[in-house]
Design a protein around this ligand. Structure first.
Ligand code: SAM
Length: 233
């Protein structure tokens, strides 16, 4: 069943009015009809079943019932920015695999550098990719891509469990550390973290974890961590 995000408070018995681009998409692209049932999500974790109603060029939906939704954990992916195609693939897959927040990081080996104007444009694009991915996999809540921050500000995004994936970590395995569903994990860029960055993260309470004996590409590392977290549910 198709799901649409409607960024407003939704209630059983009320109606929602789709904006012009959404109405066009529903009527002319998806070729849906009056009476078709859709899922409406408010992006905050609440999902409803609703019946479409067409009024001229405007599509409305009558909200019929609330769906049961399982509480989702809060997973923050703080990842060093990597090259465009891989970064965008990472956003899409992270949304499918349950990330709640994606924080682009600038580290000493980050090779992508954006000025303020470029960041504003990129944020719009990255959040569009996130929205489409969340919509495609019928997630109840939206994943948000935040403004890039330098690694030194990572403490803003602390959770109950705080991890940094580090390929030189020999003892601590990811699975051993996942004692809560409020997790922030940090992933390095193509060239990895410097030893100083790892020391500083450890001092701030981010535990170094190994993702196994193979060196994964940064985007693969993000998908691996999220899959392991999902697999433990
Ligand atoms: N320093 C490395 C190099 O250039 O050969 C590898 C960097 S790796 C491509 C990018 C990031 O993925 C790392 O900074 C780390 O966060 C994560 N990563 C990849 N493989 C990992 C592993 N086996 N264990 C822990 N983290 C890993």
């Amino acid at each position: 069943m198709r799901q649409f995000y409607v960024p407003e408070a939704l209630h059983v018995g009320s109606e929602t009015v789709f904006d012009v681009p959404q109405s066009h998409h529903i009527a002319d692209v998806l070729r849906m009809k009056s009476g078709d049932t859709v899922r409406l999500a408010d992006g905050e974790g609440n999902v409803f079943l609703a019946s479409l109603r067409f009024e001229g060029n405007v599509v409305k939906a009558d909200i019929d019932e609330k769906c049961d939704s399982l509480p989702e954990g809060k997973i923050t992916v703080a990842a060093a920015m990597i090259k465009k195609e891989k970064w965008e693939l990472m956003i899409q897959k992270a949304c499918e695999l349950g990330a709640s927040v994606i924080v682009p990081l600038v580290t000493s080996r980050t090779i992508i550098h954006l000025d303020d104007k470029e960041i504003n444009k990129k944020l719009e694009r990255w959040n569009k990719i996130a929205l489409q991915a969340c919509q495609q996999c019928n997630r109840a809540s939206l994943c948000v891509v935040e403004r890039p921050i330098p690694l030194s500000q990572i403490e803003k995004y602390r959770s109950e469990v705080n991890l940094v994936a580090y390929e030189n970590e020999e003892k601590t395995k990811l699975r051993e550390t996942l004692s809560s569903d409020e997790i922030t994990f940090v992933i390095g860029p193509e060239g990895g973290f410097t030893a100083d960055e790892i020391d500083s993260l450890n001092e701030k309470g981010f535990t170094s974890v190994s993702l196994g004996s193979r060196i994964l590409r940064a985007e693969t590392a993000v998908m691996f961590v999220l899959s392991v977290i999902e697999g433990l549910k």
